[in-house]
Design a protein around this ligand. Structure first.
Ligand code: SF4
Length: 172
């Protein structure tokens, strides 16, 4: 069956970032020629709108939260709730390609900030964290690695295996 890949909406050219822009990736858009692509924007999905205040990740590496920069409101639960609300669609995916460094979508690439200073630690965004918790074996590629042919090939191979395993389990 065709691979079904989840991709951060801004990478596909949708103007959903905090400032109403996209972060278009020609490499991601090209994937849509061969595979089924499902888009996600956790921050819009969580009701934060476009444009919207920026958020950052803060706290201990084992338990961090997403907060609005301008008033420090904790938006972690809203992002988690959105992620859980898309669980059925996530369960159909063979893999995900998510926007690097985003506090929602980052793949081990979002900076942790404490007392206004980056700690130097890089973590998953809240959406990515939920996907990993719910689907620990799902291959997830950071968008910065999409133009690395080897990394992309390895991701697609893993996604094929993961997708097939899911298909077999569903068949029996
Ligand atoms: Fe939306 Fe994720 Fe892109 Fe941010 S990185 S605009 S949350 S899809």
């Amino acid at each position: 069956r065709t691979l079904k890949i989840g991709v951060s909406a801004c990478l596909m050219g949708m103007p959903v970032r905090y400032d109403g822009t996209a972060k278009t990736s020609a490499d991601c858009q090209q994937l849509a020629d061969s595979f089924e692509v499902i888009t996600f924007c956790p921050e819009v999905g969580a009701g934060m709108g476009v444009p919207r205040p920026t958020i950052y990740l803060t706290g201990e590496i084992a338990a961090y939260q997403a907060r609005l920069h301008h008033n420090n409101q904790d938006v972690t639960l809203a992002l988690e709730h959105y992620s859980q609300s898309r669980r059925n669609e996530l369960a159909q995916l063979s893999g995900c390609i998510l926007k690097s460094r985003s506090p929602s979508c980052g793949v081990n690439s979002a900076p942790l900030v404490n007392d206004g200073q980056a700690t130097g630690e890089l973590v998953d965004g809240i959406f990515t964290q939920v996907i990993r918790a719910e689907f620990p074996d799902m291959p997830i590629l950071d968008s910065d690695d999409v133009d690395d042919e080897l990394a992309l090939a390895q991701f697609l191979l893993k996604a094929t295996v993961y997708g097939h395993a899911e298909l077999c389990l569903g068949d029996f």
